[in-house]
Write a new protein. Structure first.
Ligand code: MF3
Ligand code: CO
Ligand code: CO
Length: 267
């Protein structure tokens, strides 16, 4: 991993390219937000995302990525991540994570939000709140040259307060000209993450997946993508792309209309 350190540290002009890609991606998240309501069909949300991206001269990174068939991921209720948009219409009481990644001038911006569909259960509110807070606590826990494991420590501490599960098999990641690259960003502390540092100029995501029950995941063999909780209980996730700067982490995928740090999810 050490050999990779230099080329992962972006210089100022490259950081600006990432700022641009991520700010378009955030604008796209704000665009889709009003459509994520009861009755919305997930493949219709995908079509809107796809067309908005192309209309602005950019590319959806998910489409065709390792054969993924759509331009975003829509993960409903017990789906943890990589849900494929389809004929399902969102229902009152659902929670849905919409995960969008754009390629702008060759650079990737990647983010996701969990949306509450109408009035939801207390469990849904709590797991969504925990996922959101754990992302922001993790961001607040790091500075230049922090160990990657500080991220997992912050997330697991928050999940423990609720006795919720933190998914281990799917992780945050470095990104830039590539969608997924080093460093790997686990959401629980690991030995490997303890020996990797976040030097200025490194771009990466934090994207904790928090489960109401077990952390154990099941991959759907019929489509090869959809990841669900083993116990069928709810899962929530939020994701930001971040660049570590000399002065600390800078969130690149901040939205205008989405929840900001400190937000309280209510009905
Ligand atoms: N956007 C997801 C992430 O946060 C990856 C989706 S890959 C896809 O890393 F192929 F499923 F789209
Ligand atoms: Co990601
Ligand atoms: Co993503």
């Amino acid at each position: 991993m050490l050999h990779g350190r230099r080329h992962l540290q972006l210089v100022d002009s490259e950081r600006d390219s990432m700022r641009k890609a991520c700010s378009f991606n955030a604008q796209l998240m704000d665009f889709i937000r009003p459509y994520v309501i009861p009755g919305a069909v997930t493949e219709e949300l995908d079509r809107l995302i796809h067309e908005y991206t192309l209309d602005h001269g950019h590319k959806p990174a998910c489409l065709g990525y390792h054969g993924f068939p759509k331009s975003c991921c829509t993960s409903v209720n017990e789906v943890i991540c990589h849900g494929i948009p389809g004929s399902y219409a969102l229902q009152e009481g659902d929670i849905v994570n919409v995960d969008i990644t754009s390629i702008v001038d060759g650079w990737h911006g990647d983010q996701s939000e969990t949306f509450l569909i109408g009035k939801v259960s207390d469990d849904a509110l709590r797991v969504t709140q925990c996922a959101f807070d754990s992302l922001h606590l993790a961001i607040d826990a790091i500075k230049a040259e922090s160990r990657v494991s500080e991220i997992g420590h912050a997330i697991i501490a928050e999940a423990k307060k609720y006795d919720f599960g933190v998914v281990e098999e799917y992780v945050g990641h470095g990104l830039g000209r590539r969608f997924h690259q080093d460093p790997s960003i686990p959401h629980v502390p690991t030995g490997a993450a303890n020996s990797v540092k976040l030097y200025p100029g490194i771009c990466f995501t934090i994207e904790p997946m928090i489960n109401l029950g077990t952390k154990i995941t099941v991959l759907d063999n019929s489509d090869g993508w959809t990841v669900r909780t083993k116990d069928g209980k709810l899962s929530a996730q939020f994701e930001h792309t971040i660049v570590m700067t000399e002065d600390g982490p800078e969130i690149l995928t901040d939205t205008k209309d989405g929840p900001q740090k400190g937000h309280k999810f209510t009905n």
